[in-house]
Design a protein around this ligand. Structure first.
Ligand SMILES: [Fe+2]
Length: 491
């Protein structure tokens, strides 16, 4: 195509920008808490060239790494740069798109046969003093956290065998180990999953492979103090469909979901599979933990169908966001018995982009945060993002008792996934930082980053940072405190 398609994935707030830029000493309203010092990294898809196919998705966009940096003196700076993936470099050299449909290499220009297709556009991950940009269809790219320069594809020093690495890792707060996995580990539509552990220095110490019941889009997983937990939902890939030029993912409403659980330092042969409901879909888990009775509780943002419009189209489904149902759901698996069924309760309303304090990872927890849609909004939401409409409600939930506090955005506004900044103060829940979009007039778009007191989101932001340059919607973010940045292996 010579121009970007006139579709929701490429227009409005999703209109491509494709510009690398730096902004210094941003305007701040309110007071930035003294504990907010460090870098908020964000992954932003932004296609450098019009796609080969008009029905392409925003998820295909080239990865850009953006950083909102809170300096020691309270100055706030913003930078954004492309991830120089092999794919991006090949397309820049050609001056046009060469890679075809979403995760289907059989639709690529023959000149890029065998070139790494990943766009590294999903999550910036910080571990062992390194910054990685990840997307689940390939290996990560290592980035320089200071200059945002791309250092190259990352395979843990030649040790990683899996061809893929998830964009959702889990870091144990006590051991600082990074637990992760890669699905389609040995190629397209494969049922092989690699389960990996890197020690606190970032050295890959474990990699084992196992088979899932079917090749599934395994976007996230969870750990507890003793287990690794692998949810499998019925959005599936098929090699013959890919070879015929079709879609990577089709969602099946008549197929069961599963949860595989194994001792986190055990052997994959110890995996136990629990049977979940048919047709459901989850992208993100909030947390998982064990209780004293030997049960595993997994809290996840589940919907009753896959939320992505392009996957629904490929599946012959048409369920708009407001009819997806589901909620923040707890699935409980009893590890003491032999029953392969799980039980389900609802903790909170539908939503996504859950966040917990890092210290609560894999442990019983008293609070979490996620995004939802305000049911009382007197006006339209802001269209855009990867599922069509932005979230406009920031929720704080106490999962033990269901108590919810919320901050609601006005019509034609949206909020993106927050990062959590811990507080050293006794009893203080820390801070949340989120990027927000607000239409203030027909053509007047305000964009900025807002800081909330995590224990009192309903009170509204304590500080607002204006970004005087248009931003494309992010996928995920990661907070790196200054003390961690100072220990970076890259200078
Ligand atoms: Fe995600």
């Amino acid at each position: 195509m010579k121009q970007y398609p006139d579709t929701p994935d490429f227009t409005g707030i999703n209109a491509p920008i494709g510009e690398e830029y730096s902004l210094k000493n941003l305007e701040v309203e309110g007071e930035i808490p003294a504990e907010v010092r460090g870098a908020f990294y964000r992954a932003v898809p932004d296609p450098a060239f019009p796609p080969m196919f008009e029905d392409d998705t925003a998820l295909s966009g080239d990865g850009m790494l953006s950083r909102l940096y809170f300096g020691p003196d309270g100055q706030v700076d913003f930078d954004i740069r492309f991830v120089e993936t092999a794919r991006h470099q090949a397309e820049v050299a050609a001056g046009k798109a060469l890679f075809g449909r979403y995760r289907n290499p059989f639709t690529d220009d023959p000149s890029v046969d065998g070139v790494d297709r990943t766009v590294a556009n999903t999550t910036p991950v910080w571990h062992g003093g390194r910054l990685l940009m990840t997307k689940e269809d390939g290996r990560a790219y290592e980035m320089n956290p200071h200059t945002l320069e791309t250092l190259g594809s990352y395979d843990f020093g030649g040790v990683l065998k899996s061809e893929t690495m998830t964009a959702h890792v889990r870091i144990d707060p006590a051991t600082k180990e990074m637990f992760f996995f890669g699905y389609e580990a040995d190629g397209l539509a494969s049922s092989k999953v690699a389960y990996c552990i890197a020690d606190r220095e970032g050295t890959l110490t474990h990699e084992q492979w196992f088979d899932v019941p079917y090749c599934s889009m395994m976007h996230d997983f969870v750990i507890t103090e003793n287990y690794a937990v692998f949810p499998v939902y019925p959005t599936t890939a098929d090699l013959e469909r890919l070879k015929a030029g079709g879609d990577h993912w089709v969602h099946h409403m008549d197929l069961e979901s599963w949860v595989g659980i194994m001792p986190r330092y055990g052997d994959v042969s110890e995996m136990r599979w629990f049977r979940g409901p048919k047709g459901v879909s989850t992208y993100h888990m909030m947390n998982c933990f064990e209780d004293e009775e030997g049960r595993v509780h997994m809290d996840h943002c589940m919907s009753n169908c896959n939320a992505f419009p392009f996957i629904q189209r490929a599946s012959g489904l048409n369920v708009p966001p407001q009819e997806l149902g589901g909620g923040l759901i707890r699935w409980t698996m009893d590890m003491t018995g032999s029953d392969d069924n799980l039980t389900q309760v609802t903790l909170g309303p539908p939503g996504d982009m859950p966040r917990i304090a890092d210290k609560d990872q894999g442990r019983p927890y008293q609070r979490g945060w996620y995004l939802s849609v305000n049911p009382e909004l007197k006006g339209p939401p802001l269209m855009g993002g990867v599922v069509g409409a932005e979230f406009n409600l920031l929720l704080r939930i106490e999962p033990d008792n269901g108590r919810i506090d919320a901050y609601a955005f006005p019509p034609l506004s949206g909020i993106h996934e927050p990062v959590h900044v811990p507080s050293a103060r006794d009893g203080h829940e820390g801070w949340l930082i989120s990027f927000v979009d607000m239409m203030q007039g027909e053509d007047d778009l305000y964009q900025g980053a807002w800081i909330f007191d995590a224990g009192n989101v309903a009170a509204g932001p304590v500080a607002k940072i204006t970004i005087p340059h248009r931003l494309r919607p992010q996928v995920h973010g990661w907070w790196v405190p200054q003390a961690e940045l100072d220990k970076s292996v890259r200078k």
